[in-house]
Design a binder for this molecule. Structure first.
Ligand SMILES: Nc1ncnc2c1ncn2[C@@H]1O[C@H](COP(=O)(O)OP(=O)(O)OP(=O)(O)O)[C@@H](O)[C@H]1O
Ligand SMILES: [Mg+2]
Length: 289
């Protein structure tokens, strides 16, 4: 467990406007704690393509809400004596409550709470899961949980049931306008004063935010660390050298999208997600989430 006070805020995140708007609205309710007569928000599960900013956004929630971020690494909970792992988790959750109001960030949930075979782990996985699920459901202290995962298949169904989380958001690869905004934020963060050009956003289709950032860092390295020598050509060249992970994992990404279509909310405003009316009847485009 680690307590951090992140400086990253939602202003540093490019794209994912639906998620950012949702978080802005919940901030008021969470920080006013009951004063509005509404139960405080419980938390969100961020499901997404690797490198699309799940960890970054988790930190930005605490940074924007100006509350501590308590980071729990689920793989550290396991101890061999009987009952020790559950005790570790209970102790950790008590500590989290004492730090409230706070954000509890459980990154890569599947690493600690994956579906396990009780015959191989003596049922520890299931008991840990039970303890966490009760906490998710029953706590009354202002702890906002942000869970992240890349692999929904590894998580037990109980995690994904409606009501456990306020919302499950799916973060897909960024669309063109989102890539423009992400690149602008990344360039500004790394002190590069170069306008984002159409070839940059056009060429980087299927790139994740992490890959966009890696290309910017590569351009800085190639210029010997002299940011003033990094121009739009250097950035474009670095993007051209990048082979995005999505090429190799297109089947996995498609599987995530299919699951998310019916079980999660899109973190981005999708141009496809419109409902149109034609000849007096409503048409919902097929990939509406
Ligand atoms: N939408 C975004 N806006 C701005 N920066 C971004 C965005 N997405 C990713 N980044 C940059 O990419 C870096 C890596 O992203 P991050 O580690 O949060 O991705 P992730 O989804 O958690 O990946 P993984 O699935 O591998 O854990 C961030 O630290 C940030 O600098
Ligand atoms: Mg991550």
């Amino acid at each position: 467990m680690r307590i951090e006070y992140p400086e990253t805020t939602l202003e540093d995140i490019g794209g994912y406007q639906v998620l950012k708007d949702w978080l802005k609205v919940r901030k008021q309710v969470f920080l006013k704690r009951g004063a509005l007569g509404i139960a405080h928000p419980k938390g969100i599960l961020l499901l997404g393509v690797p490198g699309c900013g799940k960890s970054f956004i988790s930190q930005a929630v605490a940074g924007s809400w100006e509350i501590p971020l308590v980071r729990m690494d689920p793989s550290c909970l396991y101890s061999s004596p009987l009952g020790a792992s559950e005790q570790n988790l209970r102790r950790a959750l008590n500590l989290v409550e004492s730090a409230s109001p706070c954000v509890l960030w459980i990154d890569e949930l599947e690493k600690g709470f994956a579906v396990t075979d009780p015959r191989t782990d003596g049922g520890v996985g299931y008991r840990l899961l039970g303890t966490l699920l009760s906490f998710l459901q029953e706590r009354s202290s202002p702890v906002f949980i942000v869970g992240t995962t890349n692999d929904i298949r590894m998580l037990p169904k109980e995690f994904l049931r409606k009501g456990r989380w306020d919302e499950i958001f799916f973060l897909d690869l960024p669309e063109e306008e989102e890539r423009r905004s992400i690149l602008e934020k990344i360039l500004a963060r790394h002190g590069i004063d170069v306008p984002v050009t159409q070839p940059m956003v056009g060429f980087s289709e299927n790139f994740s935010g992490a890959e966009l950032e890696q290309a910017v860092l590569d351009a800085i390295f190639q210029s010997g660390g002299r940011r003033e020598n990094v121009g739009d050509w250097e950035i474009f060249r670095a993007l051209r050298k990048t082979i995005p992970l999505s090429y190799a994992f297109s089947d996995e990404i498609e599987a995530l999208r299919s699951w998310a279509r019916f079980h999660a909310r899109l973190a981005s405003k999708s141009p496809e997600s419109s409902i149109t009316s034609e000849n007096g009847s409503l048409h919902i485009k097929s990939n509406t989430v």
